[in-house]
Design a protein around this ligand. Structure first.
Ligand code: TTP
Ligand code: MG
Ligand code: MG
Length: 454
């Protein structure tokens, strides 16, 4: 832990929903829910107006609709979120070379590496306020909340305290005072399981945790976890801000006594392994963008292939499908002795299946997964998902307000226009087209070989 409040944590407010409100003037100040809009869809995020009705991330969209029926339910525009994220990260890197992104909307910045004249509270506070203003400026009005503290742990806790659009500075020396009344789950690595185990031991707050001896904690939670929690409970955290996060991954593999030759069997095994990987990801509250398969052939040649998804996933189905697609490209006719699936590029937030209504794979990639009935299992992307950008020959740019029964309703407005009018068209009206920026489509999957045969 340092003696200056020079670790900055920034997190955008209601990120996906805020981007939607920026680009759809009629939704500003209104409840907006972004996520899967189909029957089994899950909420990715909700605007603060919708949160007032109890709508939360990871809630089923069905539940969200019943709590806030008048909200706009949008299916999400990943390219727009990625573009906004890139602008924000560039602003952070202009402040300090040491920036550690945690997800699209969140990063640590080490102000000790920023070349500031000093690291006193007034200096770092001013840097943080200027940064918040710059973020709003370059993104066209997105707000960010910031925490400043002497460690990553406390900076991250602090950025949550005055959300949205807030700044919390924790003066060095006051960390424990701040943490003690908080629930134990604010500590990194204390997920639902640990929280439950601690609860049964009568531990609810950080102060309760601090009262346990190292021995007691190790007995309760094991050596590594126990030591970690003992330190965190005392606000001790020396983790450095690292610009390139090490490539963490979660993987499962199996070696087989007899060489596998049946393609369907291999696909079945990969599917089961993908399920185990997804379970582990969920257990740690993680998600990742890169799916890798490892295949060792009868002659011990080891191949790995990976594919990067447009957004992080912890969904068994998405991992399994991607793994099977990767397998389809390999010649395994001579037999296989080892198979494995891994997910890397991990983010510490869960991208619930935001695009659950759309096929997560591009059509081309999906076509390669031969043995299952694809159309039934993963229907192709709908043409007019709510919230999608469109352009009409006569009326110009707008977004899909709703569709069904052969009719698409569009609101004609953009970030730069006033709130615009609504008009309906036939679904197959050639004058109406999906509008895409130069960014790749959310359905796109890029495939690149990780390594050649070894
Ligand atoms: P968060 O920063 O956790 O949430 P938020 O920015 O929407 O709201 P807050 O003001 O509380 O920070 O996540 C950033 C984005 O990540 C969020 O806008 C949508 C996406 N996300 C999911 O897709 N699934 C999830 O379960 C969560 C938590 C976030
Ligand atoms: Mg956020
Ligand atoms: Mg975040």
């Amino acid at each position: 832990m340092r003696d200056t409040a020079s670790v900055l944590h920034l997190d955008l407010d209601a990120f996906f929903a805020a981007v939607e409100q920026r680009d759809k003037p009629s939704l500003r100040g209104k409840p907006v829910v972004v996520g899967g809009t189909g029957g089994r869809g899950v909420v990715a995020t909700a605007s603060y107006e919708a949160r007032r009705f109890g709508v939360r991330s990871a809630m089923s969209t069905r539940e969200a609709r019943s709590r806030c029926p008048h909200a706009a339910f949008l299916s999400g525009r990943f390219p727009a979120y990625r573009a906004a994220s890139e602008l924000v990260m560039a602003e952070l890197r202009a402040v300090s070379p040491l920036v550690e992104p945690l997800s699209l909307d969140e990063a640590f910045v080490d102000l000790a590496a920023a070349g500031l004249p000093d690291l006193t509270l007034p200096t770092v506070t001013e840097v943080a306020q200027r940064l918040r203003a710059r973020v709003a400026e370059v993104t066209g009005g997105l707000t960010a909340s910031v925490g400043l503290a002497s460690s990553k742990f406390v900076a991250k806790v602090a950025s949550e305290l005055d959300k949205p659009d807030g700044l919390t500075v924790v003066p060095p020396g006051t960390e424990q005072e701040l943490l003690r009344p908080m629930p134990a789950r604010v500590i990194p690595g204390v997920g639902p399981q640990t929280t439950e185990r601690l609860r049964r031991a009568g531990v609810h707050t950080v102060a309760d945790l601090e009262a346990l001896s190292l021995d007691e904690l190790v007995r309760l939670l094991g050596k590594a976890h126990g030591h970690g929690l003992h330190a965190f409970a005392r606000a001790q955290d020396d983790r450095p801000v690292v610009a390139e996060r090490e490539a963490k991954s979660v993987s499962v593999e199996g070696t087989y006594d007899t060489d596998l030759t049946d393609r369907r069997l291999m696909e079945g095994l990969l599917t089961r392994q993908a399920g185990e990987v997804a379970t582990r990801l969920r257990a740690h509250g993680l998600s990742g963008r890169t799916v890798t398969i490892k295949v060792r052939l009868h002659d011990f040649t080891t191949l790995s292939r990976s594919s990067t998804l447009p957004s992080p996933t912890d969904a068994a189905g998405v991992v399994a499908r991607t793994a099977r697609t990767l397998l389809a490209d390999l010649d395994t006719s001579g037999g296989v002795r080892l198979l494995g699936v891994g997910v890397s590029g991990l983010a510490d937030w869960v991208q619930e299946d935001l695009f659950a209504d759309d096929a997560a794979l591009g059509d081309e990639a999906a076509d390669e997964v031969a043995p299952v009935d694809l159309e039934a299992a993963f229907p192709r992307r709908r043409t007019w998902p709510p919230g999608a950008d469109v352009v009409h020959e006569e009326h110009g740019r707008g977004w899909v307000w709703g569709s069904g029964r052969g009719v698409v309703t569009v609101r004609f407005e953009t970030a730069a226009s006033p709130s615009g009018p609504v008009r309906s068209f036939a679904e197959d009206d050639p004058a109406l087209q999906r509008w895409t920026s130069t960014e790749p489509d959310p359905g796109e999957v890029t495939t690149q070989p990780l390594s050649s045969p070894t």
